[in-house]
Design a protein around this ligand. Sequence first.
Ligand SMILES: [Zn+2]
Length: 394
Amino acid sequence: MLIEANRIVAVRPWKRFSLSERAAATDLGEVILLPGLINAHCHLDYTNMAGLLPPGRNFPDWIKTITALKSEWSYTDFAESWLNGARMLLRNGTTTVVDIEAVPELLPDVWAATPLRVHSLIELIGIRPTVTPRHLIADALKLIESLPAGRGGVGLSPHAPYTTTRELLSRSASAARRLHLPLAIHAAESGAEFEMFRRARGPMFEWFKTQRDCSDCGGVSPVQHLERSGVLGPRTLAIHANCLAPGDADLLARHRTHVVHCPTSHAYFRHEPFPLERLLRAGVNICLGTDSLASTQKPRGRKLELDLRCEMRTLAADRPGLAPAELLRMATVNGAAALGLRHRLGEISPRARADFIAVPHNGSVADAAEAVIHSEEPVAASMIEGEWAVSPAR
Ligand SMILES: [Zn+2]
């Protein structure tokens, strides 16, 4: 692989490099070279909540607990947590992350402190009539405009159907379209959310009915609700999409909306089975995300880490028929497509950004994909934007 500045300019067999090119080479030893992993959904600022939250009786219980915990945290707590998460992702092979920012004031400081390629999507929550969607979005856009140029990008993330109004959703969607920004939303995550919108009942509906105007509930699935609010589209990442009504997979496919599956978070909440086959049959692009460590069960005898390889292993255990190469696509090229960055990220090819990782491997090439997924040690090297993010051992 020949790299100039921040790009890959050639990929060819060793013998076809000139003598001077060979003289300048860095030999990484016996490793698999592969594109840096793309984590399509994360909350870096919740990393240090690892192990602090029980899954609760139902999903609304968990949201109440995390909201209470967040109210006790300071700016420094969130910043340390964010940076701790960024370090975990780097050593575990992620080079690009789509991060939801609940505390966007951190961004100038934390962006400068990590080589990670971070696409920061500003979280928008608003169900009370006192906060107008127009103001919420104007504030988010003002903040985005004030940010320094980073290696990644920015975008908007209206939190979820139940923590937003139709007006907030449609205004976010049109602002994102106008400014060519990606938009991510937690969608159809829990049975409680599905019941709230489909049937206007259940624990989430009961909790929210005194807090928000619930005239948008009843008769629609969460995905239909998003479609009617203008949120679905080719720059939209629907996070989770666990609970689908008949026709929802086709609706997502028709709007070329990407779905982000977070296998360990899914297992933690014991949501109903992820409709992977239905979504694939409909032609939906599926990416993988770690979600946050606030919604991950501690593995026995091991540390809790943000690690996309662990997400691939969890999905592989759940769906043994899924080929390792397909899992790797979900963690690389599919994530790049969701960000509108196909051919630039998620692959090792001429003209792509120089983002790659090296995973130690002594076995055969045929076992490479499987070996990457099952590797648990930190990566041997990681390059982002043409610079070492994890330097190779000499
Ligand atoms: Zn999330």
